[in-house]
Each structure stands twice: as structure tokens, then as C-alpha cells.
Design a protein. Structure first.
Length: 277
């Protein structure tokens, strides 16, 4: 019996909304940046940014404010709800986060999963790890999975396999059902030592080809998928970009194939000839 079959029905069902059971892959669209960055470039108007992309992602990670104001309630896209916060980019320490959303509000918003950050190695390491354990306790009562984000604070700055393996394993040991982390060299060491699925963060904007390579390498080295934001909606061509990323995750395309698809999707559709009168 697989680990997934041992958990209760509701939890299993919600995880399947995020990690698709037909291929165990996931394409999550990240738009939660405003919770500490404020109006991010090309995410100034979340509704305008997300609307053309929702049909191509498996789930979307956001805050309750953006969900309520910018996502159509009739949308079927699964919600990964950011429930931690409390610090800003101009504050003293980004790692000083607390849980900011109640479980009742998460249920009211029909969240498929709850997301929060832990800051292993930071001043607030204990606070964020304990909060993760408490969130798992509460969320599991209602069959809601928890995604732990292994965030890296200003004073840490390291994204090597040794550190990320530590952070991911701690998150899993506390009961996180999915872990979001960064890609790094020797990434196999990170995925092999983490007993729950890993989703890779897209990170800061890089060239489209490099972002496709990041996606491909993440999958090749054991990740279930990516949670990509800026490398999609800060692209000059967001829809072609998310479609190319999807081709890697769910279509098993390699980097060159995905890059060719991106270029193809960027080409304007030929105009149909006008009907003769």
C-alpha cells in the first residue's frame, strides 16, 4: 500500500488537485509575492496578470486578499493558500513570520492546501518550525494538506544541497505533505532524502531558456514540479511561457523542444481571409 493510500480521503483528494495522479506532476502558478514585496512588477493588478494563465496551471498559490479580489469564484483552479506572513521587504527580518489566516477562513475559501514558510538557520527558526507543526495539526483535522516553503532569509543566503536537504527533511518530519524548495547542484540528494513530494521554486526572473532548463532539471532530478511565478508573468510572453513549462512537466518535452514550442506559441496567429461578399 502506498503512503498516499494510507491517508484519509479528503487529504488524498486535495493533494490530487495539486499533484496530478496520472503522472504525479505539478505546475503551480505563484502569485503570492505581494504579501511581503507589495506591488511586484507585472503583478500590480493580480486579476489582469492571472486571468490568461489560469487555464494552463494545475493550481495557484496566493493570499486570501488576492483570491477574494482577483480570482473568479466560478474558477475551478485549485487554491494553495498562503497563510503565513507578518514581515515586509523593508522590515528588520523577513523570517519573523506568524500564521495569519485561521483554519476557518481557509475552509471558507475552499483551499486545496495551505502554504507557509519555515526559515531553517535563521533567528526565527524555532518559531516558524513550531508554527508548521501546529498548522499541520489543525489542517489535518479537516483533511487539508500543508505545503512548507523552505524560505531562505537574508542572513542565510545559501542554496546548496546540504542546507536544502536539512530544511526539506525538517519540514517533512513536522508533517508537511508537500515541500517547496530551490533547485541546486546535487539536487538528487535533496529529493532522495525527503519522504514527501518536492516542488521547486521558480525564483527571480531569468531568461526563458534558463527557466525551461530549471524546470526540466528539477523534474529529471526528482521534483514533482515547479511553483513558478516571475519567470512566467514577468516574461514578455506569459501565456507561451506557461505553455512551454507545461510541456515539460506534463508532456515530457526536453528543454530544446519546450524552447521551440515557446517560440512557436509566440508567433501571431495567421489572419483568416475575409469572406467574399
Amino acid at each position: 500500500m502506498s503512503n498516499r493510500s494510507k491517508i484519509d480521503w479528503g487529504l488524498q483528494n486535495r493533494i490530487s488537485h495539486i499533484i496530478k495522479p496520472n503522472d504525479n506532476r505539478a505546475l503551480m502558478l505563484a502569485v503570492d509575492h505581494g504579501y511581503f514585496l507589495g506591488p511586484t512588477e507585472k503583478l500590480e493588478v493580480p486579476r489582469k496578470t492571472t486571468a490568461p494563465l489560469l487555464k494552463y496551471c494545475d493550481s495557484i498559490m496566493l493570499t486570501r486578499g488576492v483570491q477574494r479580489t482577483s480570482i473568479d469564484p466560478k474558477s475551478s483552479v485549485p487554491i494553495v493558500l498562503r497563510v503565513s506572513g507578518g514581515s515586509s521587504i523593508i522590515g528588520e527580518d523577513l523570517s519573523n513570520e506568524q500564521i495569519t489566516v485561521s483554519i476557518k477562513d481557509a475552509i471558507r475559501l475552499n483551499a486545496s492546501a495551505l502554504a507557509m514558510s519555515i526559515f531553517v538557520g535563521s533567528k526565527y527558526e524555532q518559531q516558524t518550525i513550531v508554527n508548521l507543526g501546529r498548522l499541520v495539526n489543525e489542517a489535518e483535522e479537516y483533511g487539508i494538506p500543508v505545503l512548507a516553503v523552505t524560505a531562505v532569509g537574508k542572513e542565510i543566503g545559501q542554496k546548496d544541497a546540504r542546507y536544502l536537504s536539512l530544511a526539506c527533511r525538517i519540514a517533512a518530519e513536522q508533517g508537511a505533505h508537500i515541500v517547496k524548495t530551490y533547485y541546486c547542484e546535487d539536487f538528487d540528494k535533496v529529493t532522495e532524502s525527503c519522504p514527501v513530494p518536492i516542488i521547486v521554486a521558480g525564483g527571480k526572473k531569468i531568461a526563458e531558456h534558463d527557466a525551461l532548463e530549471l524546470t526540466y532539471n528539477s523534474i529529471e532530478h526528482g521534483a514533482a514540479g515547479v511553483d513558478m511565478g516571475r519567470n512566467i508573468w514577468q516574461s514578455e510572453n506569459p501565456v507561451p511561457m506557461i505553455r512551454a513549462v507545461r510541456a515539460i512537466i506534463h508532456g515530457n518535452a526536453n528543454v530544446d523542444e519546450a524552447d521551440e514550442l515557446y517560440k512557436k506559441f509566440c508567433q501571431p496567429k495567421p489572419k483568416l481571409p475575409k469572406a467574399e461578399k
